[in-house]
Write a new protein. Structure first.
Length: 252
C-alpha cells in the first residue's frame, strides 16, 4: 500500500480539489482508496457526504471502495497502518493551509508528495516555504502547476522554472483552470465524471497515469499499528480495603 500527500502551506492552491480528483481516478482504476482529511474545514469530508447521498439516490456507479475520513495529524501513522490492514491500496492525505505541523507529518508519512501551486507571483513566493519543508524532510516531492489559465502556457512555464530553481522537480502534467473542476464537486463528483470528454479528463488521467508509474517504483514506508494498551498494574493497595472488610464483618 502506498501513501500520497498533497501538501502546501499556502491556502487556495487547490489541494482538496486535486486530492479528490486523484482519489476518484484511483477508484476508477480499481484501487481501493482512503482519503484522509486533515483540514479542520473538512471540505473533502463534506464532498464525500454529497457523493454518498448521490450514490444512495442513483446507485453506486463505481464498485471499488473509496472512503474519506477526518483525522488529526497526530494519528496519521496509526491510521495508515490501520488502512493497510483494511485492504486499501492507496492512502491520500489532504492537508490544511497555514499549518506546518500537519504538512510535515503528512510529508514524513508519505511515499510521494505533490505540492500544487498556482502560477501567480504571490503563490510562487509563498510556495518557497513548502519547498523548504519538503526538502528539509528529504521527502520524495514534486510540484504540480495548478489552476493555470487555459491561454497562459508561458506563465506556467516561467512559474515552473522558478520553482525548479528552488530545488523541487515538476510533475509532467499541468492542471488548467476549467469550470468542470468547480461544478462537479458540489454534487460529490469529479470533473471527468461530470464531463468524460474534455481537457480536464485528459489532465487528471495523465496525472494519475504518471503517479501510478512513480509509485510502482517506490517501496512503501512501514507504518506501525498501535499497540493494544495493557491493563494498568496495581500500584498501591486500597487504603480503605480493611475498612470495607470491617464494615462487612460488623453487618454480618
Amino acid at each position: 500500500m502506498h501513501t500520497l500527500a498533497i501538501v502546501s502551506t499556502k491556502g487556495g492552491v487547490g489541494k482538496t480539489t486535486l486530492a479528490v480528483h486523484l482519489a476518484v481516478a484511483a477508484q476508477h482504476a480499481g484501487v481501493q482508496t482512503l482519503l484522509l482529511d486533515l483540514d479542520p474545514q473538512g471540505s473533502a469530508a463534506q464532498w464525500a457526504k454529497d457523493r454518498t447521498r448521490l450514490a444512495a439516490e442513483h446507485g453506486n456507479w463505481v464498485k471499488t471502495r473509496l472512503e474519506v475520513r477526518r483525522l488529526f495529524a497526530n494519528d496519521l501513522s496509526e491510521e495508515i497502518a490501520k488502512a493497510e490492514g483494511e485492504g486499501f491500496g492507496l492512502v491520500i492525505i489532504d492537508t490544511p493551509p497555514h499549518a506546518d505541523f500537519p504538512a510535515a507529518r503528512a510529508a514524513e508519512a508519505a511515499d510521494i508528495v505533490l505540492m500544487p501551486s498556482r502560477p501567480g507571483y504571490f503563490d510562487l513566493h509563498a510556495a518557497k516555504a513548502t519547498v523548504s519543508l519538503v526538502n528539509d524532510l528529504k521527502a520524495y516531492a514534486f510540484f504540480v502547476m495548478n489552476q493555470v489559465p487555459h491561454n497562459s502556457q508561458q506563465i506556467a512555464t516561467d512559474a515552473a522554472a522558478f520553482l525548479e530553481s528552488k530545488g523541487i522537480h515538476q510533475a509532467p502534467v499541468t492542471v488548467t483552470l476549467l469550470q468542470p473542476y468547480v461544478r462537479a464537486l458540489r454534487d460529490g463528483l469529479t470533473a471527468p465524471e461530470l464531463v468524460p470528454d474534455g481537457r480536464h479528463a485528459q489532465e487528471i488521467g495523465a496525472l494519475w497515469h504518471w503517479l501510478q508509474g512513480e509509485l510502482a517504483g517506490l517501496t512503501p514506508k512501514i507504518h506501525q499499528a498501535p499497540e493494544v494498551a495493557a491493563p494498568p498494574k496495581k500500584i498501591l493497595d486500597n487504603p480503605f480495603e480493611f475498612l470495607a472488610q470491617k464494615f462487612t464483618d460488623e453487618v454480618a
